[in-house]
Ligand binder design. Structure first.
Ligand SMILES: Nc1ncnc2c1ncn2[C@@H]1O[C@H](COP(=O)(O)OP(=O)(O)OP(=O)(O)O)[C@@H](O)[C@H]1O
Length: 309
């Protein structure tokens, strides 16, 4: 049974169409990264999953239950880190957690939870004095209360420094190992790369890709960029490089000595071999894998010249 099923989900806010016929599934026990640029519809989807807002049309099941008919059951088994800080200034971290533990009927130890998010030092300080990152850690600790079956994290790295973001990923991994399904949204591809089994990319309220990180990279096509520094180059050699089966694009960057960049899908040795056959001396070369950020851009803007499929 999938942990989340979204089927033909449409949501309009008046004239504004935020989601259009959105369908996807999140498998039980997976870490699913929900990616999209600002305004793509990520928070809208999350709010619909939790029945904070109602869909215009479509069906949603969470943990096998209808999201509208069973929202209480779903929320009691789900840990949520909402977008934006929602702490109470006058309450301490301990009080926040006691409240969350009480409302879920759980028996967690507030101190142990705060240790996990590295906030134990501030346990008896009022949240009004917290930095953004500290507030975010507290909210994460609250989401962990009661060992939820499903964690829904909306932009969990907001306000966290690189260390905090790494710790957050660590917690996602631990929770997943414990058996929880994790669904988290982000507009930063890099953050999902390390922890996600699969990634869904949302653009203007529609899912433009759902795949593993590796699969996304492959289907976006822009495999490897090869940069070769040569002693000289001519048009015939450039043409020959462009005609190679594994080369999707090749450019002369100019310079002295000249530098050629080529997008290579398969073996890079064909490019080097072709140049050497023409007695062109290779002075240096380097390769760079398409970063996930490149892939994300290609799906959400098409700017890298790679069309989303
Ligand atoms: N309450 C609302 N009333 C009207 N329009 C809304 C409302 N909430 C969201 N929208 C619109 O719906 C679209 C999707 O917004 P949503 O907040 O779901 O995107 P998002 O992917 O979460 O963006 P971000 O990364 O900026 O949080 C946007 O065009 C937004 O302007």
């Amino acid at each position: 049974m999938p942990a989340i099923t979204v089927d033909s989900l449409t949501k309009s806010y008046g004239q504004e169409l935020a989601l259009e016929e959105l369908s996807f599934e999140v498998e039980d026990g997976e870490v699913f990264g929900f990616l999209g640029p600002n305004g793509a519809g990520k928070s809208t989807t999350i709010n619909l999953l939790l029945d904070f807002i109602r869909p215009t049309s479509g069906r949603i099941e969470v943990l096998g239950l209808d999201a509208q008919a069973h929202s209480r059951d779903i929320r009691s088994r789900t840990g949520v880190l909402p977008e934006g800080v929602e702490t109470y200034e006058r309450l301490t971290a301990r009080q926040h957690l006691e409240f969350a533990i009480d409302s879920k009927g759980a028996d967690d130890d507030p101190e142990a939870l705060l240790e996990r998010v590295d906030l134990a030092d501030a346990i008896d300080k009022k949240a009004g004095g917290y930095s953004k990152g500290m507030a975010q850690r507290l909210m994460l600790a609250m989401a962990l209360v009661g060992e939820p079956d499903l964690l829904i994290l909306d932009e969990p790295s907001t306000g966290l420094d690189p260390n905090g973001a790494r710790e957050m990923r660590e917690i996602v991994r631990e929770e997943n190992e414990r058996g929880a399904t994790v669904f988290f949204s982000s507009h930063i591809m890099e953050q999902v790369e390390a922890v996600c089994d699969r990634v869904g990319i949302l653009r203007d309220g529609e899912m433009v890709a759902v795949d593993t990180v590796e699969g996304l990279r492959e289907s976006a096509g822009s495999g490897t960029t090869l940069r070769v520094t040569v002693d000289r180059i001519d048009d015939a050699a450039m043409q020959a490089v462009r005609s190679l089966a594994d080369v999707t694009e090749a450019r002369l960057e100019g310079g002295d000595p000249p530098v050629i960049t080529a997008q290579v899908d398969g073996s890079k040795t064909a490019v080097l071999g072709e140049l050497e056959d023409r007695d062109i001396e290779i002075q240096d070369f380097s390769t760079r894998e398409a970063s996930l950020e490149d892939v994300f851009q290609s799906y959400t803007t098409g700017e890298t010249g790679v069309e989303a499929r």
